[in-house]
Design a protein around this ligand. Structure first.
Ligand code: ADP
Ligand code: MG
Length: 314
């Protein structure tokens, strides 16, 4: 038995309005018929380079952008037919931080609860402030909060109506390492409590570490959608780093190497297709070319390598 998906996106197309006076076909085609499901209960990563269409898709789910065609449902509610129920089922942390600078964190949450029509007695403002570690900033003006605190306040704001799904759009862009770690702890904690999490990012490492499933979008098209470990496993390449005796005057080359890079006076990194060759063969070629090998390490390709393969970027 399988549970229904938390979010289902079917052939969603978005063409933005063209600049004034231009032909309709000149409007940017940001999504070219995207379909995928977000399973319930996990942390789902929507990856893609800047301009791929991630925010467009999130904003369609949030009801902030109207799609051109296709359909989507959130927690079983069609976003066109049951928009209120769909919106109540999702909490969205937008890419841009926008607050009225003269409200306090407490007021921001109370106002949001009011917006959802949550009666005073059922509001969770104090609890949420504590959860995002902002209890001591309860009465500070929002404008005096640091960037990281504002992000955390936005997470609390998105959770005011206790939605089963939390979506974070590029939550760590421009956030320092320590705050990023805090944010991930918070997200993992919410997920452990049962919240389905979707996050968009262009940091591959982050997605690899946090997400159990990853979809990749590029130029408005879905190019992958797999469990993280399968995606990483797709990397066909392996890298062998070699230290040789004596200075290297010229990088070795061979048809077996997909890349060869001098990384120091005595060190080279060679990338090869692990389905076709072994590290032993690579080392044999180097020895044949007269290199005396002193030390060797190998590493599997990571998500970054897969990404480069799939998008043809790099
Ligand atoms: P991402 O979030 O993946 O960086 P976006 O969804 O923001 O990508 O943008 C996708 C494409 O749509 C980009 O080419 C962007 O310039 C364009 N775009 C985004 N918003 C608008 C808009 N309001 N009007 C016209 N084009 C837009
Ligand atoms: Mg974006």
């Amino acid at each position: 038995m399988s549970t229904p998906p938390a979010i289902s996106i079917n052939n969603v197309v978005k063409r933005y309005a063209p600049p004034k006076g231009a032909d309709a076909s000149e409007g940017k085609l940001a999504l070219k018929g995207v379909s995928f499901d977000v399973p319930e209960g996990g942390i789902f990563g929507l990856l893609g380079p800047n301009g791929a269409g991630k925010s467009t898709l999130i904003n369609i789910l949030a009801g902030l952008v109207t799609k051109t065609s296709g359909s989507a449902n959130i927690w079983g509610f069609d976003i066109d037919e049951q928009p209120r129920n769909a919106k109540r089922s999702i909490g969205i942390v937008p890419q841009e931080i926008v607050f009225d600078p003269f409200f306090t964190p407490y007021e921001v949450l109370q106002n949001q609860a009011g917006f959802y029509g949550i009666p005073e007695a059922l509001r969770r403002s104090e609890e949420l402030l504590a959860a995002v570690r902002l209890a001591d900033k309860r009465n500070a003006y929002a404008r005096t909060l640091s960037g990281g605190m504002k992000r955390r306040l936005l997470v609390a704001k998105a959770m005011v109506h206790s939605p089963p799904i939390l979506v974070l759009d590029e939550p760590t862009a421009g956030v320092d390492v320590e705050l990023r770690r805090q944010l991930w702890e918070l997200v993992t904690e919410l997920n452990r409590e049962g919240v389905t999490v979707v996050l968009t990012t262009h940091y591959l490492e982050e997605a690899e570490e946090l997400c159990d499933r990853i979809a990749i979008i590029n130029h408005g098209e879905l190019i992958a959608n797999k469990p993280t470990k399968d995606l990483v496993g797709m990397a066909r390449e392996k890298v062998v780093a070699v230290t040789v005796a004596g200075e290297i005057s010229k990088a070795p080359s061979h048809e077996t190497f997909s890349r060869c890079e001098l990384t120091g006076e005595q060190t080279i990194e060679i990338t090869y297709d692990k389905d076709k060759n072994t590290a032993g063969q690579v080392l044999g070629i180097l020895q044949d070319q007269g290199f005396a090998i002193e030390d060797v390490t190998t590493r599997e390709a990571d998500l970054e390598d897969v990404f480069v393969q799939l998008t043809g970027a790099g």
